[in-house]
Design a protein around this ligand. Structure first.
Ligand code: ADP
Ligand code: ADP
Length: 234
């Protein structure tokens, strides 16, 4: 099954009695292990699409399947369970607990899986090692750079071994150097672990890191292009 399959998704918001159509019929398939960027200007519907793909929100019409499971048939509880098992989230503003060590921040999502403390800590340590932060386990967010904090957030998103990582403007709060470092990290995690990555950005330089660019405008996909893989060495 594809990791994500959206068929003719729409999403309308009611704003002071006026209906805003943020998505107007999006059909999109993300295969297992893909690395895609959703790019478009502010207000084009990127965040709305991301929230639907991540099962944080339900569409006004259309279908969404996650690993072949159609979400419309699920209760809110079942949907939350599907989300927790299959999707990892990374946001622009990190959303780390301030008074909590990197290790504990990363271990937290595993609490909801009923996993014992020793195993949670071991998995969190491995996830931090995978993002190059084995030397920062006991640091709090305030003791780390923005790039390091985002890498902690990436480790937290991946510790439960999701099918898809959804990243909404993951470099938006970072300077160019830290942004490039985070993108290189995502690229490597995608290659090494095979997790599919969908990132949202309004910056073409960031979107260029992905192997596929999905251009959104006025609530529709206007262009969907793939960068050819580099030719194998002779
Ligand atoms: P982007 O992420 O590309 O900036 P959004 O998905 O946030 O775009 O927004 C798409 C459109 O939907 C915009 O016109 C925005 O004002 C509107 N919108 C987004 N969220 C809401 C909401 N909660 N209530 C009303 N309108 C919304
Ligand atoms: P900002 O662009 O202000 O930094 P974020 O990218 O941090 O915003 O968050 C984008 C949206 O995702 C917000 O609507 C926020 O409420 C929501 N959000 C943030 N963290 C989580 C989370 N861990 N789980 C679900 N939704 C979240």
């Amino acid at each position: 099954d594809p990791a994500l399959e959206a068929i003719d998704l729409t999403r309308r918001y009611q704003l002071e009695g006026v209906s805003v159509e943020a998505l107007r019929g999006v059909t999109l398939r993300i295969d297992q292990g893909e690395f895609a960027a959703i790019i478009g200007p502010s207000g084009s519907g990127k965040s709305t699409l991301m929230h639907l793909l991540g099962c944080l929100d339900r569409p006004s019409s259309g279908q969404l399947r996650v690993n072949g499971v159609e979400m419309s048939g699920l209760s809110d509880t079942e949907l939350a369970e599907l989300r927790n098992r299959t999707i990892g989230f990374v946001f622009q503003s990190f959303h780390l607990l301030a008074r909590t060590s990197a290790l504990e921040n990363v271990a937290l999502p595993l609490v909801y899986r009923g996993m014992g403390k020793a195993e949670r800590r071991e998995r969190a340590r491995a996830a931090l090692e995978a993002v190059g932060l084995a030397h920062r386990l006991d640091h709090r967010p305030s003791q780390m750079s923005g790039g390091e904090q985002q890498r902690v957030a990436i480790a937290r998103a991946l510790v439960g071994e999701p099918t898809v990582l959804l990243a909404d403007e993951p470099t938006g709060n970072l300077d160019t150097r830290n942004g490039a470092e985070v993108m290189a990290m995502l690229d490597r995690l995608n290659s090494d672990s095979g997790v599919a990555i969908v990132l949202v950005t309004h910056e073409p330089e960031i979107a260029a890191h992905a192997r596929r660019q999905i251009h959104v405008r006025d609530g529709l996909i206007e262009l969907d292009t793939s960068t050819p893989s580099p030719a194998p060495h002779p």
